[in-house]
Ligand binder design. Structure first.
Ligand code: CTP
Ligand code: CA
Length: 224
């Protein structure tokens, strides 16, 4: 039995994954968030662990559960917390897959008291969050770095742009074109774009199946 475990392709590899949304506080009771379920990232964590990897799954607030001896969940709330956790674990990892739907903007100031209902309109100044994926791309050494791209127009071009700009080895283009793909669904329609510009398009399938396709593709590429 031990021999079989030792033969798994990701045995002794450390995999870092980000998943889910981030919540950016407005005041003590309110936040800016998004509809990410975290499903894709949790499925990737399971697929990697099933191949023998030691997985650190940094997750924003989700309903997802994982019960796998090789998956260690690090819960976070905000983009800044996810950034800090990702940088804590990145150095020791061999593969990093950033699937989280990180907020691009956060409130410039967080009100210390609950904002009271007064004027008929309310404006909140927002500032950019740090780009976790780009920051890891800028410091990576041996790591195989994977990002996601959620696009609604010029899909391939935009995804290729992110691959290059963020110094990735692979980007997973998430197509929102098809019904049944995206945040709330059990399925995704993805295209893998590798650093060498190799493009692999997949049919609409379960997120669990997309996760296995992704892990298998990474195994092929790191072995090559
Ligand atoms: N990402 C990240 N940190 C951020 C924003 C995005 O790590 N602050 C990562 C996501 O996890 C994903 C990739 O960057 O792997 C691309 O995210 P996406 O939202 O598609 O692209 P952005 O670079 O944020 O650009 P835009 O939203 O303007 O298309
Ligand atoms: Ca974004």
């Amino acid at each position: 039995e031990q021999d079989i475990l030792n033969q798994l392709p990701l045995k002794n590899k450390r995999v870092l994954i980000t998943a889910g949304p981030t919540y950016e506080a407005i005041d003590p009771v309110r936040f800016i968030g998004n509809h990410s379920s975290g499903k894709m990232g949790f499925e990737i964590a399971k697929a990697a662990a099933n191949m023998g990897a030691q997985v650190t799954l940094i997750s924003g607030p989700t309903q997802q559960k994982v019960n796998h001896a090789l998956v260690h969940v690090v819960p976070v709330v905000s983009a800044q917390e996810m950034y800090d956790a990702a940088h804590t674990y990145f150095d020791a990892c061999d593969i990093a897959i950033l699937s989280a739907a990180v907020a691009d903007y956060k409130p410039k100031d967080v009100a210390t008291q609950k904002i009271k209902k007064k004027s008929s309109t309310l404006s909140i100044d927002l500032v950019k969050t740090k780009d976790i994926l780009a920051s890891l791309g800028a410091i990576k050494s041996k790591q195989f770095l994977v990002g996601f791209a959620l696009e609604t127009e010029n899909e391939l071009e935009n995804a290729k742009g992110k691959l290059k700009k963020k110094n990735l080895d692979l980007i997973v283009l998430n197509s929102l074109q098809d019904k049944g793909a995206g945040f709330k669904s059990e399925t995704n329609k993805v295209t893998f774009i590798a650093k060498d510009n190799t493009i692999t398009a997949f049919d609409l399938k379960l997120k669990s199946e997309v996760a296995v396709d992704l892990i298998n593709d990474i195994i092929k590429k790191i072995d090559a």
